[in-house]
Design a protein around this ligand. Structure first.
Ligand code: ADP
Length: 300
């Protein structure tokens, strides 16, 4: 049903009171190690919502890689297209967690091998998916291959912020940036603050499909294709304690909503409910909800 083409990382998360200065050593107050990466998070999020999900990605032939592959399997994902490569390490993210924000350094490792040729090796998996979900933690060539191969709905979450070339970007059906990623996509030097500013910047992309811009606690705005009016979808008020993976959760739930037969606005409303629950729990994968965690899960 859903194929995620994207990154798999081992997240090493250190809780700190502050970010150290250059050359300084400080002590962490906590350590958590867990599988992550935007690709992995989105794949697990969709699987937990009840979708059949296949992952296209790569890890190293090391302990972290085996742990990630085992975890994805345990979450019910198809991992046939997750290679364990012998000559590169598993992607690693070192996260300095200073409530409420993270400072992150990533070593792409095996994720750098998830390029055009790699995705083409898994052409059949990509070709027949109903929805293909992509992000920007793997080479742009992977996106080009998805655009070329996939017959289903192609969704791009252009995160982290990357100026995706227009010829690749325009091959997708739906873009899901946050406002910073939108500014990068549009080559704007300021990040839009108002809803009107966000909508104007999204329209300036002249993207042939639809754009859904996530706005954190301000919800999201859906800009449908064909010049129809933008629709603001409010966030669900919750006691947010950790917004890690909120965007990943939103993207996966958007895909789930579309497969439930909702239009894009309906899917964004569902995604807001799922992402809101994600912010009420700590961590990335650990915070991704099951339908039973969401109030009135059958009601969209
Ligand atoms: P990203 O983490 O990718 O920047 P956002 O911060 O925009 O993504 O969050 C994605 C979605 O998660 C939002 O559109 C919103 O629906 C939900 N969300 C994020 N923060 C909150 C919050 N504080 N309260 C409720 N929902 C939130």
């Amino acid at each position: 049903e859903i194929v995620v083409v994207g990154s798999l990382n081992m997240d090493i998360r250190l809780t700190v009171d502050r970010i150290p200065h250059s050359g300084e050593t400080i002590s962490a107050t906590g350590l958590k190690r867990s599988p992550g990466g935007k690709g992995g998070n989105q794949a697990v999020a969709a699987a937990r919502l009840g979708r059949r999900v296949a992952m296209v990605g790569a890890v190293g032939d090391d302990d972290a890689g085996r742990e990630i592959a085992d975890r994805l399997g345990a979450e019910g994902l198809t991992t046939r297209a997750v290679a364990q490569l012998t000559d590169v390490p598993t992607g690693t993210a070192v996260i300095l967690w200073e409530q409420p924000e993270s400072t992150i350094v990533i070593e792409a490792g095996a994720n750098a091998r998830v390029d055009e040729a790699y995705v083409r090796e898994h052409a059949d998996t990509v070709r027949y998916a109903r929805i293909v979900l992509c992000q920007c933690e793997t080479p742009l060539g992977a996106l080009a291959a998805v655009v070329d191969l996939a017959q289903g709905v192609k969704i791009l979450n252009p995160a982290p912020a990357v100026a995706v070339p227009r010829e690749i970007r325009d091959g997708f059906n739906i873009l899901v940036p946050n406002r910073f990623e939108l500014a990068t996509l549009a080559n704007a030097n300021t990040v839009p603050r108002t809803l009107e500013g966000v909508v104007a910047l999204a329209k300036s992309l002249e993207f042939p499909g639809s754009v859904v811009v996530t706005l954190g606690e301000d919800g999201s705005v859906v800009i449908p294709n064909g010049g129809r009016d933008a629709v603001h979808v409010p966030a669900i008020p919750v006691n947010a304690i950790d917004t890690t993976a909120a965007g990943d959760s939103f993207c996966a739930a958007l895909a789930d909503g579309l497969l439930r037969g909702e239009d894009l606005v309906g899917a964004a409303r569902w995604a807001a409910r799922v992402a809101a629950v994600t912010t009420t729990k700590h961590g990335a994968i650990e915070s991704l909800p099951y339908p039973t965690d969401i109030p009135n899960p059958t009601l969209l």
